[in-house]
Ligand binder design. Structure first.
Ligand code: FMN
Length: 436
């Protein structure tokens, strides 16, 4: 038995092997994008590998232009998809995404608690304040990051109180006396806040496993404070080891300041994996996956994140950004901060910048290589305190996915980094009570 702290591993519940142009590969099975069977197979493979959870991200808008060439922008409602996984899996955690900016909290509380019963305590909530979609909800502009977090705080408070409003112990189902529930134990919440007015109680009791784990990703100052107060997992965008170490240290100190143990907030970076038998094949897979990508999109992304149009700049010019234009509001402070930190630290050329995960991906850690190389990269981050585990997004091909399940996870298990058996039955126990 090793005394090493076991890591947490989750995985995107998505056909991530269809990323960018990879859907065009012969064997991609893109025709089955909306077939339940693919998701069930993926979930069962993940459970067989003893992964801690599956994670269904979501947005509430369609990036129509991107959809012209990529499949990754359309998909199932995550809560419905997770509910469908409940009866096909038994131990693995199942995390859905619900936006606090657009959804009424009563609906969120009800749907998430329903998931918790359907999964027998395996549900989790990825709390997002959303990246866009305001036009679909009657809002002319997207509220600022600060406003969204203020609303999110109140939202989470309402959801927690609704869950407490109807404890499962209120149900007596006493045939002899005829008492179904002790209604004295079920209470209205009478919430009147800045954003919501909710009477309660909720119309579904809270599952005996207690409060489900909360995930959150935004890493602006307000986002980090929010995570330190409410989250159990930070879904971290950390393209390099430096950003991982800095984020983990910063969150630990925010937790300490409010009297919370830093180990109560796991930092799990997203990691895009392009795996193949040789390093060259992995790079070919990555190049092939990204080859049809239009550079105009990279420039549009940089413009959205920094408010600067680089399309007329020379590719070999050094990029310098000391400050952003006054009044510029980024779509995500997290993504803007990551770009600025990298540019100011490395003074890259435009060509180098355009190859970065902050530009070509979602700012996530990118591993291109053999299973051994991926293993070494992961272990390096773990040993240097840049992560408590990771959320995998294996991409590029089905072979990359196969190597993830059949080689990378077993290698982490054999070397004592990851458990080989489930200990508990709920997501909360997967996150906290692991043993190797
Ligand atoms: C790594 C990462 C993943 C995110 N995933 C989602 C998502 O699936 N759906 C969504 O609507 N917003 C998502 N967001 C947006 C955040 O919830 C948040 O609204 C945004 O980052 C702005 O917060 P910030 O100012 O702290 O950056 C994500 C953000 C990050 C950094």
């Amino acid at each position: 038995m090793s005394d090493r702290k076991p890591i947490v591993i989750g995985m995107a519940l998505a056909m991530s092997w269809l990323t960018r142009s990879a859907w065009r590969r012969e064997e991609s099975e893109v025709e089955h994008l909306f077939d339940l069977e693919h998701y069930v197979t993926l979930a069962q493979q993940a459970e067989q590998a003893k992964l801690d959870f599956l994670f269904a991200p979501d947005t509430l808008f369609l990036a129509k232009e991107a959809l012209a060439h990529e499949a990754g922008f359309t998909g199932f409602d995550p809560t419905t998809l997770i509910a469908a996984m409940a009866s096909h899996t038994h131990r693995i955690g199942l995390v859905s995404t619900v936006s606090t900016t657009f959804t009424p909290p009563y609906i969120a509380a009800r749907q998430l608690q329903s998931l918790n019963w359907l999964t027998k305590g395996r549900a989790g909530w990825n709390i997002v304040t959303a990246l866009g979609g305001n036009e679909n909800f009657g809002l002319e502009t997207m509220p600022s990051s600060q406003q969204r977090y203020a609303k999110a705080r109140e939202f989470v408070e309402v959801v927690n109180r609704l869950w407490q409003s109807y404890p499962h112990t209120a149900i007596k189902a006493d045939r002899a006396s005829g008492q179904f529930a002790n209604v004295d134990d079920i209470e209205e919440i009478h919430h009147h806040g800045e954003f919501f007015d909710v009477l309660g109680p909720l119309n579904i009791p809270t599952h005996p496993s207690g409060r489900m784990p909360f995930f959150q990703a935004g890493a602006s100052d307000a986002g980090r404070n929010f995570a330190a107060h409410v989250a159990d997992v930070m879904f971290a965008a950390t393209p390099d080891i430096e950003s991982g170490i800095a984020l983990k240290q910063d969150l630990a100190s925010r937790c300490q300041q409010i009297g919370r143990s830093p180990s109560a907030l796991k930092v799990l970076p997203g990691v895009a994996l392009y795996l193949a038998k040789s390093e060259q094949e992995a790079h070919d897979l990555f190049t092939e996956t990204h080859k049809a990508f239009d550079p105009a999109k990279h420039f549009a992304h940089l413009h959205k994140a920094l408010g600067i149009d680089f399309s007329n700049h020379n590719l070999d010019d050094v990029v310098e950004v000391n400050s952003l234009a006054k009044g510029f509001i980024p779509y995500s402070q997290t993504h803007t901060d990551l770009l600025l930190t990298y540019i100011q630290r490395e003074s890259p050329t435009l060509r180098q910048l355009l190859a970065r995960p902050e530009v070509i991906g979602s700012s996530h850690w990118l591993i291109i290589g053999t299973v051994q190389q991926a293993y070494d990269d992961i272990v390096q981050r773990l040993e240097q305190g840049a992560a408590d585990g990771f959320i995998a997004v294996p991409g590029g091909s089905k072979e990359s996915m196969r190597l993830f399940f059949e080689s990378l996870i077993p290698m982490l298990q054999q070397n004592g980094w990851f458990k080989s058996e489930y200990i508990g039955d709920t997501l909360a126990t997967h996150l906290t009570e692991q043993a190797l």
